[in-house]
Design a protein around this ligand. Structure first.
Ligand code: 26W
Length: 823
């Protein structure tokens, strides 16, 4: 690992001034804030571009290449990431300081840019919000690790013009606003018009028997074409010259309007093509864990997949002249089922363009594609209506039928009965079942935590596992610990470096060495000081953004993640309402003041999720508006939760709420980020919490509630929330308040109360008492600062196991068959 291009302050300044002049026609004295930001990014982008071209030959060498396909990459900001990875954070900071001082001297006084620091320019960057939540952020963390570990990898996604919506909360109601991130965020993108490909939609397929070659041939006619133009983002790694790419596809019309259609009088059709192209990459679907069979979404998926496969194939043909060795050179990894159409698309190319036999083509496909499952929620499983697949993708439909027919014939030949065939079929009951296609076609299938992978082979893929057990494995998720610790928590990073050096940056397991300081009172006090500073930073942000004063001396207890019933934000809220009653009943009791922080976006069509946001708002008004209660409790709903807000919030949190119904959260990754920053988890035995519990030890975590097995049993044997309710006085009071009205405006939530009584799908009431009890225990522990800080350090020391470097190394070894720098 070397760093070729080391630039110093004067070198940076020279490049920066050159950028200002040549890109914007400006000088230091008359440039704008955005131009300073852009010029800074462009200098770093040039360094990355240079390194990519320097390493071109190496990448062309043998070995497999990884292609990571994901409809989502939740990147957040890139300037701080690239500066950090290039080891240029301080150089950039000081250069900008000096440049602004020079500007002031030239202009003979202050102006709009005076006093701005590096941090202010970092804030200029919009989040690249090309994702919904966990799955998208995971993809972004993995890109960093792949590059840091020296893998030849490319990420692929869609260049959405609008990322995840901006959330405004107006009188408790979520309002979605567009997020035109490209206006500034385009600075990292390099358009590659010369590598554009075309994607075909609609039309018909004509079949013809070719008697000379003894095979059926298919001709796709009357289709509509869309141009896919790649916009490449260069991906840096830490402490390495290696540079990879994230290729984002933009949809454009192949011609402004189709003149042949136009001149033959088909005006509308000529325009339609134009309009359809534009709309494909307009906006990210804001659905998380909820499938809707929308035509535009299928268009997005096929557009993405077809463009990606075509570009990989084109490149392979150039270097190899044949596709017969394709699977020996490439792995296509699909992030959940969203890119599943790579399977029939690669088949189509091998059959129709390469002229291969079905069986030869199938061997290649089967050895090239691997799949990660990220959810067992049944409403999230993608099942496309057969008629829309047939209409939009007629050739792909025929390939899917070919796969399904052969699969069913195989199952029958193996002696499976109708029930088994029905469950495993790819096309069934008028639907195309993407998970079943993946399980059959992919050479590897993995879940994202030990518990989740275990559930997968016992439920969703039970039968597939019996047939082909060797395909299935677990790779527990991990997070980019350089971003989620070193970058976002410089105070903690400094403290760690002082104790064990910075080796942990590339060897996260070294965090274990912090265990030597568990009984070092001075060290623990420093740890607490860092936390306190981060809390003050967050408090200042909350005051600035939302006009709310929170006390940095109170416990910061945080639940941030997408709003979903299974994640049980509502359980947290019910407990706060109970606490409210208790404080009113006994205001004199000695209590530790706590600040309850929430942040969550609700899918725009998810009614109950939006109701819960409203309820949090009402509870905040109730609690914060009460002169007695607000002395010991505050509730904050942070608007527009996103990556850059997480970066501020996680280092400042002391309690991490991971309270999903056991068996429902595939892994969780927020849990890992909080742990890295020394928060203690209050959690159920769900997803990766199970492994966090094992690594950190039960004395350093607060585990409560039903286990996944118990949830399963209870739902099979019959669970009644109303019988729990009728025996609980505190719950009765909480429900009475929901029904009668919460907060000064008296907003009523009887709908939420009755839905919990009629159908408590996620078993909030079953876990309520245990949750309240564990919160009490956490409060008691906090009174003993020494014990708390010790546990906090134990969490940081154990967090190395949840670094993305570890996960990516496991994928490289057990799935992709690739060597990392260390391996
Ligand atoms: C088709 C609609 C849709 C959209 C997104 C279905 C499913 C999804 C994702 C798979 C949901 C998701 O983000 N899952 C999360 O993935 C994380 C990374 O593995 C896990 O840590 C979370 O537990 C899981 O909910």
């Amino acid at each position: 690992m070397s760093q070729n291009t080391v630039i110093d302050i004067s070198g940076f300044k020279e490049l920066f001034l050159g950028k200002l002049k040549r890109h914007f026609g400006r000088d230091l004295e008359d440039c704008t804030r955005t131009q300073v930001f852009r010029a800074t990014c462009l200098v770093l982008r040039d360094i990355l571009a240079q390194r990519l071209s320097d390493s071109g030959d190496e990448a062309r060498a043998d070995g497999r290449k990884l292609h990571y396909l994901s409809l989502e990459f939740l990147l957040g900001r890139s300037l701080s990431k690239n500066a950090f990875n290039l080891g240029l954070t301080e150089t950039v900071r000081r250069s900008l300081d000096e440049l602004l001082a020079e500007r002031r001297a030239i202009n003979g006084g202050e102006d709009k840019l005076t006093g701005l620091s590096f941090e202010d320019f970092l804030e200029t960057e919009p989040d690249a919000g090309l994702g919904n939540g966990g799955l998208g952020r995971l993809a972004a963390c993995y890109l960093d690790s792949m590059t840091t570990l020296g893998l030849n990898a490319t990420g692929y996604s869609i260049c959405y013009e609008y990322g995840i919506f901006k959330q405004k909360v107006i009188e408790g109601g979520q309002v979605e606003l567009p997020d035109p991130w490209l206006e500034v965020g385009d600075v990292w993108l390099i358009p590659r018009v010369e590598e554009a490909v075309t994607v075909r939609f609609g039309g018909r397929v004509e079949e013809r028997w070719n008697s000379r070659d003894n095979r059926m041939e298919y001709e796709h006619i009357d289709y509509t074409e869309v141009l896919a133009v790649p916009k490449d983002m260069l991906i840096s790694g830490y402490g390495t010259d290696k540079v990879n790419k994230l290729r984002l596809w933009d949809a454009q019309s192949p011609t402004a309007i189709d003149m042949s259609l136009f001149s033959s009088g088909q005006y509308m059709k000529a325009m339609e093509q134009n309009a359809m192209a534009q709309v494909i990459t307009k906006v990210l679907y804001p659905d998380d864990n909820h499938f809707e069979g929308k035509l535009l979404r299928l268009r997005q998926q096929y557009f993405f997949v077809s463009a990606t496969v075509q570009s990989i194939v084109r490149d392979h043909r150039l270097k190899n002249g044949t596709l017969r060795n394709f699977h020996l050179r490439h792995v296509l990894h699909i992030n959940d089922t969203h890119p599943t159409l790579v399977i029939p698309e690669l088949m189509r190319i091998l059959l129709d363009e390469e002229g291969m036999d079905w069986d030869d083509a199938w061997v290649i496909v089967k050895h090239a594609v691997a799949y990660t499952n990220h959810t067992v929620m049944s409403e999230a499983l993608e099942c496309w209506p057969q008629n829309i697949v047939e209409m939009l993708l007629p050739r792909i439909w025929k390939v899917l039928c070919g796969i399904n027919d052969r699969y069913i014939a195989l199952l029958r030949a193996e002696g499976h009965n109708d029930y088994v065939v029905g469950r495993m079929a790819i096309i069934w009951d008028g639907e195309v079942r993407m998970a079943n296609l993946c399980a059959f076609a992919c050479f590897a299938v993995n879940g994202v935590s030990a518990l989740h992978s275990g559930i997968l082979i016992k439920s969703l893929f039970e039968l597939q596992y019996q047939r082909e057990p060797f395909k299935f494995l677990n790779v527990t998720n991990g997070v980019d610990h350089r971003r989620w610790l070193a970058q976002v928590n410089p105070g903690l990073h400094g403290l760690i470096c002082g104790a064990i050096g910075d080796g942990y940056l590339t060897h996260p397991a070294e965090l274990r060495r912090l265990n030597e300081f568990l009984d070092d009172a001075a060290f623990l006090e420093q740890l607490a000081r860092v936390k306190r500073e981060n809390k003050e930073r967050l408090a200042a942000y909350i005051l600035r953004e939302q006009g709310l004063a929170v006390d940095p001396a109170s416990v910061f207890d945080t639940q941030v993640k997408r709003l979903h019933e299974y994640k049980r934000q509502l359980l947290n809220v019910l407990r706060i309402l109970r606490l409210y009653d208790e404080i009113c009943a006994d205001p004199q009791k000695d209590r530790i003041p706590r600040t309850y922080l929430f942040g969550a976006k609700a899918a725009s069509g998810y009614h109950m999720a939006k109701r819960i946001i409203r309820l949090i708002h009402s509870v905040a008004q109730l609690v914060n508006g009460d002169p007695v209660v607000s002395k010991v409790a505050k509730v904050v709903f942070l608007e527009n939760y996103r990556v850059s807000v997480a970066e501020l919030l996680i280092p400042a949190s002391e309690i991490s709420e991971q309270i999903s119904t056991a068996g429902k959260e595939a892994s969780g990754t927020g849990n890992m980020k909080f742990m890295l920053n020394g928060a203690l988890t209050i959690g159920t035995l769900d997803g990766a919490n199970v492994e966090i519990d094992e690594f950190v030890g039960r004395e350093n975590i607060f585990i409560f509630g039903l286990t996944a097995g118990e949830v399963d049993r209870l739902s099979r044997e019959g669970y009644s929330s109303s019988s729990i309710y009728s025996q609980s006085e505190p719950l009765r009071r909480v429900f009475d308040r929901l029904t009668a009205g919460v907060g000064p405006d008296g907003a009523e939530y009887g709908d939420i109360a009755s839905s919990l009584l009629i159908n408590d799908t996620y078993m909030l009431l079953a876990d309520f008492e245990a949750y309240c009890a564990v919160k009490e225990r956490a409060g008691e522990k906090y009174r003993d600062a020494g014990a708390w800080n010790r546990s906090s350090l134990a969490n940081i020391a154990a967090a190395g196991a949840f670094a993305a470097d570890r996960s990516v190394s496991q994928y490289a070894e057990h799935v992709w068959g690739m060597k990392t720098l260390d391996g």
